[in-house]
Design a protein around this ligand. Structure first.
Ligand code: ADP
Length: 349
């Protein structure tokens, strides 16, 4: 059986169903991210799995054994689960070492070696006898992290655990956290509303909307094969190109797309991520399609371009129908407004 299994979980608050049939599994060593906009029911799901809230329907199983259903409800401390929530408050009157050892039988005295080793892993080796108020916010968060890991929970539940950290620190702590969790073969259920965090951390993303999981899969899959327009738009800006089906083909500014099995006259929206468009200069303003082999191309003129550090955001006016499309391209390009360009969409996108 999977380490953690959630079956058809539901939760109603004052007659409103905020979790409406969530099912998922997490294997040992796997990180699953519940990803979705604020209010879609992620935290409620996590709290029920933890045992600090109770479902209106459905079951939670750990290693194939039910820990919560309509009839029974094991308290959080008996579920073999570690918790790391946004508000990670350390005990202010306990040293860093005592905080980390809090959940360990025998405390710091008996587990000093493991505690020291864990603190070492997050670059806090010298802080074992310090007190929380002597640490920065980021350092305190790292202490909270290893405190949650110290008892080697088989399952770790994390609710936006990195949200209080500044950007540069956050990437580093995410990576260290991930390494520690993988090393311990922990099954992880992580809640976040940030697509970047989910893609960085997850083996599997469970995309939630209005109390339901609308799509599950590896980050690469969910990003590149979104189930619908909203799923696509959740991960990045999107371009929409309109078309209409005629004889299994759809005409677009990029040429004809095969749209088999669709009735003539069906109106089609083609969703294109700015990251999946490439630009090629068209110096004569009438060059041949430069990329026929790996993509389809359309002519356009630069409306405006913004340098954003790693990349440039270029807005085009399409020759075809004067609509504006956005492309994110390497920052070596910063074309001037009015420049004629080819805009190429790779076929596999
Ligand atoms: P998310 O974690 O995705 O932001 P939550 O699970 O926190 O969403 O909340 C989902 C919905 O349930 C929200 O509309 C929230 O207001 C509501 N909700 C959560 N907890 C309670 C509660 N204890 N009482 C009433 N409504 C709640």
């Amino acid at each position: 059986p999977p380490r953690l299994e959630v079956q058809d979980l539901a939760r109603t608050f004052e007659g409103r169903e905020v979790v409406a049939g969530v099912s998922l599994t997490v294997a040992p060593g796997q990180v699953t991210c519940l990803l979705g906009p604020s209010g879609c029911g992620k935290s409620t799901t996590l709290r029920i799995v933890a045992g600090v809230d109770r479902q209106s329907g459905g079951r939670v199983l750990v290693d194939g054994t039910c820990v919560s259903d309509d009839a029974m409800h094991l308290p959080p401390e008996q579920r073999g689960i570690g918790l790391m929530f946004q508000d990670f408050a350390l005990f202010p009157h306990l040293s860093v070492g005592d905080n980390v050892a809090f959940g360990l039988d025998g405390g710091l005295r008996r587990h000093r070696e493991r505690v020291a080793e864990l603190l070492e892993r997050v670059d806090l080796g010298g802080f074992i006898d310090a007190f929380p108020h002597q640490l920065s916010g980021g350092e305190q968060q790292r202490v909270a992290l290893v405190r949650a890991l110290a008892p080697r929970p088989a399952i770790m539940l994390m609710d936006e655990p990195f949200s209080g950290l500044d950007n540069r620190l956050r990437d580093d702590i995410r990576d260290r956290t991930l390494a520690l969790l993988k090393e311990e073969n922990t099954a992880v259920l992580l809640v976040t509303h940030e697509p970047d965090e989910a893609m960085r951390m997850a083996d599997e993303i469970a995309l939630m909307r209005a109390g339901r999981i609308v799509q599950r899969g590896a980050p690469y899959h969910v990003y590149n094969n979104p189930k619908d327009r909203a799923a696509a738009a959740f991960f990045s800006d999107i371009n929409i190109v309109h078309g209409e089906v005629h004889g299994a083909l759809t005409d677009t500014p990029f040429g004809q797309f095969l749209t088999p099995g669709m009735k003539d006259g069906t109106r089609v929206e083609i969703v294109i991520r700015p990251q999946h468009l490439r630009i090629d200069f068209d110096r004569q303003g009438r060059g041949p399609n430069p990329t026929a082999s790996d993509g389809v191309a359309a002519r356009g003129v630069v409306e405006r371009a913004r340098f954003m550090g790693r990349e440039s955001l270029v807005e085009f006016r399409m020759d075809h129908d004067a609509t504006i499309l956005k492309a994110t391209v390497p920052a070596v390009f910063l074309p001037k407004p009015g420049t004629p360009l080819w805009l190429t969409l790779r076929r596999d996108r």
